[in-house]
Design a protein around this ligand. Structure first.
Ligand code: TYD
Length: 138
């Protein structure tokens, strides 16, 4: 049984998509182990996105991710890490297939603009462990 870390980003919370996203998770049979609404801080985001801190779009990520409350949580289930990534769809919503969360609820960014793609999920067992410990301190 795997565990993964997930978020509903500020665009998802603002647009009233929390229920829709949680519904998809529950319908799939994954267990919501932890769930918390909170404000992200630039310091947490620098750790969370440690591989992206040097990218030119990083300031936009921080502005977006601190623009309102977000939902953080932990899911458990068989192969939940990869399955949740599949449910989310591609990072760029233009590439995200219909039926995925990003493919159903998000638009591609403007040229040079920030990507508002509703959800996050850890991309490997190592990231899952690191992100759960970062956001939930365990
Ligand atoms: P990344 O971890 O590569 O994608 P994912 O969220 O699918 O795991 O990137 C993190 C976030 O950074 C992504 O959801 C949106 C933003 N981002 C951009 O705005 N532009 C980009 O070119 C990339 C790669 C990411």
């Amino acid at each position: 049984m795997e565990k993964t870390f997930f978020m509903i980003k500020p665009d998802g919370v603002r647009r009233g998509l929390v229920g829709e996203v949680l519904h998809r998770i529950e319908r799939r049979g994954f267990k919501i182990e932890k769930l918390e609404m909170r404000m992200a801080t630039p310091e947490l985001l620098e750790k969370h996105y440690e591989d992206l801190v040097d990218r030119p779009f990083f300031p936009q990520i921080v502005d977006f991710m601190t623009s309102g409350p977000l939902i953080t949580g932990v899911l458990s289930g068989n192969q939940v890490i990869g399955s949740w990534r599949t449910m989310m769809g591609a990072t760029n919503p233009k590439e995200a297939l219909p039926g995925t969360i990003r493919g159903d609820y998000a638009q591609a960014p403007d040229e040079g603009g920030a990507t508002f793609n509703v959800v996050h999920g850890s991309d490997s067992p190592e990231s899952a462990e690191r992100e759960i410990s970062l956001w939930f301190g365990e």
